[in-house]
Design a binder for this molecule. Structure first.
Ligand code: FAD
Ligand code: SF4
Length: 482
């Protein structure tokens, strides 16, 4: 048996990637290859510097070199690769056996079977079924631990109540000089800081160390600071486990089990543990189900008809809006941003100004080390941009400056004022929020979860509405200068 690891050009060019994302993938693949070789396995690695254009070419080369007579593949996680791999048997002229992925708790089609043709796919329904089926956080008689399925009401403190000290994650002493040199030598079109953040694990041993560290130091506070955003604390109590999970250094089952055990041993409160487990047992598996049920058409929906190009500051962080500056700068620095930065800052802003879904999707898919289309697309296209018209989220995740002021400390360092709605110092999120509601009224006003917002809008005096809309129009006309 030969393990084949291929660094091919086609996987680098389907979007423009953050240099740390590419470096981490290559480093983790090379570490895996070295470990298997040390165990005595035969391992073949095709390096990016060999300029192999695609998998078919790379595999042809390896088949010729090794005399392989059959190939075994685990189902890929992305639709793009499914399409490519479906051609391999004909291209290579040898039998290929494809086995399902072992790295999830559900099969590709499970969420699709549960929801069928329903218009809205309520994650909470899926999550409860997963809790019951996998017997997670249940009492012995099958009831949800503590009497409720969801403890969000106890989580999510505002920024002012967040703790001021955070456990730093472990630093892993990985040397990226060789992969970075190879990325440069191969002439890949990458962006972002090449200083790979030291909190990324690239081996299973490191991933287990990160998991243990999170369970011990951060999980007890996870729920409390889950939605907080602080300028000098880009990591807070988040687990930083998404890269390790997505490249399969960890199985979701062991992460969930470790969190549940912490609760059973009284090392973390139920609200934090349930909130964390929901992200993995619920959201992560659910998003995968949405992806496989709805691709490829899903990627092309555009419910709001948004068509604006992505503003330049998504690539540089150079904007006077402190919240966008912080979320983008953190992302460029470490190929990571936590969920609320992605959802309520960069995602919120792109929705408010009407960025074309294809543009914002490509940005999210390129910039984060954990970005793989099966999880990035439903999160960006569905949850964040509502480009699917509400399949994933019951209402668009948009807000004005008041929410961002409550949940972050960004506004203190901003050129704009979150309390001001019109005039030169007005927070752009404020008027754009009302402009968004106004311009999509025909599509959103009947949504019961938007009723209160539309009632507030309608109660406003006509001249207040006109001033807000004029302010928003001004900001839309100068969106690259904000
Ligand atoms: P934590 O906050 O510690 O959460 C624990 C784990 O739960 C994560 O590691 C992740 O595996 C899982 N998780 C949490 N939220 C979600 C979610 N909404 N969907 C799926 N899994 C979730 N996650 C990715 O893994 N890859 C992506 O490309 C990606 N793109 C996103 C784009 C947008 C616009 C948004 C709003 C969210 C996106 N997410 C993505 C989900 C989430 O933001 C990240 O999983 C999380 O920020 C990773 O950091 P963490 O490991 O510290 O997570
Ligand atoms: Fe962002 Fe507005 Fe606050 Fe500035 S004032 S940080 S633009 S929410």
């Amino acid at each position: 048996m030969v393990y084949a690891l291929l660094e091919v050009q086609s996987e680098q060019t389907y979007v423009r990637h953050h240099v740390q994302k590419v470096a981490l993938f290559f480093a983790a693949m090379r570490a895996f290859a070295a470990e298997r070789a040390a165990e005595g396995h035969r391992v073949e690695v095709v390096r990016i510097t060999e300029a192999v254009p695609d998998f078919a070419t790379g595999l042809r080369r390896l088949i010729d070199a090794t005399g392989a007579t059959r190939l075994e593949l685990q189902q890929p996680d992305e639709w793009r690769l499914d399409q490519q791999f479906a051609q391999l048997e004909a291209q290579l002229g040898l039998p290929i056996e494809v086995v399902p992925s072992e790295h999830f708790l559900t099969t590709r089609d499970e969420a699709g079977q549960l929801f069928g043709s329903a218009k809205h796919w309520l994650m909470e329904r899926f999550y409860r079924q997963m809790r019951t089926r996998h017997r997670v956080l249940l009492t012995t008689d099958g009831k949800p631990e503590g009497g409720a399925w969801n403890y969000d009401a106890e989580n999510r403190s505002p920024a002012a109540k967040a703790p001021r000290s955070y456990p730093p994650p472990p630093d892993f002493p990985n040397d990226y000089s060789e992969v970075l040199a190879d990325i440069q030598a191969a002439g890949l079109d990458v962006f972002g800081s090449p200083e790979v953040a030291p909190h990324y694990p690239i081996t299973r041993a490191q991933a287990l160390q990160l998991l243990e560290h999170f369970i011990q130091h951060a999980l007890p506070h996870f729920g409390q600071t889950q939605d907080v955003m602080l300028t000098d604390q880009p990591l807070l109590h988040h687990s930083l486990l998404s890269f390790a999970l997505n490249v399969k250094l960890l199985h979701p089952r062991e992460v969930i089990a470790a969190a549940e055990e912490a609760y059973r041993q009284d090392r973390a409160p139920l609200a934090a543990v349930e909130g964390f487990i929901r992200q993995i047992l619920g959201w992560r598996e659910y998003m995968r189900g949405v992806y496989w049920a709805k691709m490829p058409d899903y990627a092309h929906t555009n419910f709001f008809g948004a068509d604006r190009p992505l503003p330049h500051y998504y690539w540089t962080g150079e904007t006077r809006m402190a919240c966008v500056r912080a979320a983008v700068t953190d992302s460029l620095d470490r190929a990571y941003a936590h969920h609320i930065q992605r959802l309520m800052v960069t995602g919120n802003w792109a929705t408010l100004i009407g960025v074309a879904p294809a543009e914002i999707n490509a940005w999210y898919l390129g910039i984060y080390a954990d970005a793989l289309e099966w999880v990035q697309l439903p999160n960006t296209h569905g949850m964040s941009q509502w480009a699917d018209g509400g399949l994933v989220a019951t209402k668009p995740y948009v807000s004005g400056g008041t929410y961002l002021k409550r949940m972050s400390d960004y506004c203190r360092g901003c050129a704009y004022d979150p309390e001001v709605r019109t005039g030169p110092s007005a927070c752009p999120f404020n008027s754009l929020y009302w402009h968004f509601l106004h311009r999509h009224e025909a599509k959103l006003a009947r949504n019961p979860r938007m009723a209160q917002m539309y009632a507030t809008w309608r109660k406003m005096a006509p001249d207040t509405q006109a001033a807000l809309l004029a302010q928003a129009e001004h900001y839309l006309a100068t969106v690259n200068e904000l």
